[in-house]
Design a protein around this ligand. Structure first.
Ligand SMILES: [Zn+2]
Length: 416
């Protein structure tokens, strides 16, 4: 999903977005509530009509923006308190208000307000945020005024702790929501922790409901998370990086500002059939980038086209039963030397995708156990892994089980 912060995908018209093949865009509730305001949007018949967008739309809860953009945001049981950027007065966004605002905006998918904490934070705050997220989902469900035409997604929190994630997943799944998001990632955690959380969540969330990894948008991350079972993503990356003069290409990125581009008459990506690659040269875009709005518009168009094409190819490869080949083709273009990052190799192993033909990484270590994913029955690495048959691992599982039990016993008390 391209991110249209304030009812626009910066620099692109709706018909261009339709040409590119965007089926759904994301609007930021926090920004929309400040300007043009949700009341005005309701009067205009919702954001679809206001911006003349006929396809699907998702709005976030507004909480993440407050926590990430405003230094003075404070989270209590009531909601998120913050200083209004308009007049400096203290304001409170409750789960009920977030849903009411999103009801007025009228997106097809709306997100529950969650207690967002950075994944790099450790300690009891993570546990508190997870239980609060579960308490808030009930307030969101209760406040939802349009359950028949807007799908309310819950957000799995719990930081990097598999036990907390597990409790949150069970709590949300019990509420039988139309879709589920994996929150609190893409916030500076290391890549191994990142994919393990995704693998654990997609492994437990219902297969017949959309599973949305929030804030993820690097092409490599999208491919890895899809291999692990995720369905939806959003990120400002393709359009933001375009504004800084960077194009997404199968080999990685192409920096149009570089001097070498000044006399390069080739298109951004000779294999890309998009409008920009058909009509403009690297040299022309080099002249425009960061100097003229047209530069970022052309690059945004190409980058979104690239992401949409990647998503379509990925989807059709799954439908046609050739996803492993798709992954290998993708990786061999991005890493022609075979130097696929170790975390990608580990993730693909858990996903059951053999990438040995495009990857030279041979010192394989089985890491599934760290995510609490038991692959001992089909782990083929027993000789190099040496983990699954050791007492050490069963001790760790027992420890995890005990911790889970203890937390569940505490759950009722904490929820009160
Ligand atoms: Zn292109």
């Amino acid at each position: 999903m391209p991110v249209g912060t304030q009812g626009t995908i910066k620099g692109l018209t709706n018909s261009q977005l339709e040409d590119i093949g965007c089926q759904i865009i994301l609007g930021n509730t926090y920004h929309l509530a400040l300007r043009p305001t949700s009341e005005l949007l309701a009067e205009a018949g919702g954001l679809h009509k206001f911006m003349n967008w006929r396809r699907a739309m998702l709005t976030d809860s507004g909480g993440f923006q407050m926590v990430s953009l405003l230094h003075l945001a404070d989270i209590t049981e009531k909601g998120v308190t913050f200083q209004s950027p308009v007049d400096g007065k203290p304001m409170l966004l409750t789960p009920e208000e977030s849903i009411q605002i999103q009801n007025r905006i009228g997106a097809d998918i709306i997100m529950a307000l969650d207690d967002v904490v950075k994944t790099t934070i450790t300690g009891p705050r993570i546990e508190e945020a997870m239980y609060r997220t579960l308490r808030w989902i009930d307030r969101c469900i209760e406040a939802h005024g349009r359950p028949h035409d807007q799908n309310l997604f819950g957000i799995v929190q719990g930081g990097l702790d598999p036990v907390l994630r597990d409790i949150c997943i069970k709590g949300l799944v019990d509420r039988n929501l139309p879709g589920y998001a994996i929150g609190g990632l893409a916030g500076g955690e290391d890549k191994d922790s990142f994919w393990r959380v995704v693998a654990q969540c997609t492994g437990s969330l219902p297969e017949d409901k959309p599973r949305y990894v929030m804030g993820v948008g690097y092409p490599l991350d999208v491919v890895v998370c899809s291999a692990l079972g995720a369905d939806m993503y959003d990120c400002v990356y393709p359009t933001r990086t375009a504004r800084f003069g960077t194009a997404l290409v199968p080999e990685g990125v192409l920096k149009l500002k570089q001097r070498a581009m000044a006399d390069d008459t080739r298109p951004i990506d000779p294999t890309c059939p998009c409008m920009v690659c058909k009509n403009y040269s690297r040299a022309y875009i080099h002249c425009l980038v960061t100097k003229d709005a047209m530069g970022s518009q052309l690059l945004s168009y190409h980058n979104l086209y690239y992401m949409m094409q990647l998503s379509r190819d990925l989807h059709s490869s799954i439908v046609e039963g050739r996803f492993p080949k798709f992954v290998c083709d993708f990786l061999s273009k991005m890493f022609p030397e075979g130097n696929v990052p170790e975390w990608v190799c580990n993730a693909m192993e858990v996903a059951g995708i053999d990438i040995s033909s495009c990857c030279t990484f041979s010192e394989r270590v089985c890491n599934a156990k760290v995510a609490g994913i038991d692959i001992s029955s089909d782990c083929t690495l027993s000789s190099s892994c040496g983990e699954h048959d050791s007492d050490n691992v069963s001790d760790k599982y027992d420890e995890l089980k005990l911790k889970l039990e203890r937390l569940r016993n505490n759950e009722d008390a904490l929820r009160r």
